[in-house]
Design a binder for this molecule. Structure first.
Ligand code: C2E
Ligand code: MG
Ligand code: MG
Length: 263
């Protein structure tokens, strides 16, 4: 089994190298809805990579591999460049989309040039940096000081910060006070527990109040059904995200959502 794991790791690492060389990383987009505006206002960018048999690799796994061998830096640069091109080619900001949510890894924060590089790419496409929400998940591998410094720089340049996966082992109270996010995203594992378990719902309700009392915005992830949406609405989230609005997909597949959007 260990041998199989090592073989898989090597294969995935190889696919990452190839994707960096031949520019073949794919992007999916997932819609995020604003409660106040009662429409889709943001898109989260999710990277996709296929293995040698043309099957999609679990994103959590290839991101983990890319973090370990630090190829995440080049892979994410490709993701960001493709995001900007996509946004401009499809006039995304004229279709009611206010922001693009970009996941960044703590490993990227060790790259001293990260913020300058991102700014340069955004400027090349004429996209104001204010359009980006950077989502961060703390992990075991982290250099906290580098993360804090990078997030501060991103904010100084007008971007917003979202603390991702809140309620899991990684994103906890420590990071809430340490990383000064603008938005807190409730992990979908937490959401699904809160839907079935009264105590968990009570806990989530208290967290939501706390997040709002801190003046931060709340995004609830992992909403899959109408019933779940109704329950979560009671917590007055600022943003909602989940399969209820559709699976993450290529832009072409959800183009229909945007044709009616009024500015
Ligand atoms: P995340 O940032 O928390 O992204 C949300 C994940 O939840 C996505 O999984 C999405 O498909 C899934 N999801 C959204 N709504 C629902 C729902 O209603 N039900 C269920 N069951 N799942 C839902 P995905 O695409 O597999 O990505 C997994 C993780 O991989 C992401 O979690 C993110 O941490 C990471 N990731 C993906 N792309 C990138 C990237 O370009 N850079 C970095 N650093 N991380 C990335
Ligand atoms: Mg995210
Ligand atoms: Mg998340």
């Amino acid at each position: 089994e260990a041998l199989e794991e090592a073989r898989r790791f090597k294969e995935v690492a190889h696919r990452i190298e190839e994707a960096i060389l031949d520019n073949s990383l794919e992007l999916n987009f997932q819609t995020i809805s604003s409660f106040e505006k009662n429409r889709i206002t943001s898109l989260e960018v999710l990277s996709r990579l296929k293995d040698g048999k043309h099957n999609y690799i679990n994103p959590e796994y290839f991101i983990h591999v890319a973090e370990i061998n630090h190829t995440i830096i080049q892979l994410s640069r490709q993701m960001f460049e493709k995001t900007c091109r996509f946004a401009v080619d499809n006039n995304i900001f004229d279709r009611g989309i206010n922001d693009m949510n970009i996941n960044i890894s703590p490993i990227q924060c060790q790259d001293k040039h990260l913020v300058q590089d991102l700014k340069k790419i955004a400027a090349k496409y004429g996209i104001p940096f204010e359009r980006f929400h950077f989502e961060i998940t703390e992990s075991r591998l982290t250099d906290e000081k580098a993360v804090r410094e990078t997030l501060t720089k991103l904010e100084e340049n007008g971007a917003k910060i979202a603390l991702d996966d809140f309620g899991t082992g990684y994103s906890n109270f420590h990071y809430l006070s340490e990383l000064h996010p603008d938005i807190v995203k409730i992990d979908r594992g937490f959401t699904s527990k809160a839907i079935t378990d009264k105590k968990e719902y009570y806990l989530l309700n208290q967290f939501s109040n706390m997040i709002h009392n801190l003046g931060l915005k709340l995004c609830i992830e992992g909403i899959e059904t109408e019933d779940e949406l109704q329950k979560m609405k009671l917590l007055k989230p600022d943003y909602c995200q989940g399969f209820y609005w559709g699976q993450p997909c290529l832009y072409d597949e959800f183009r229909k959502y945007f044709v009616d959007v009024k500015r």
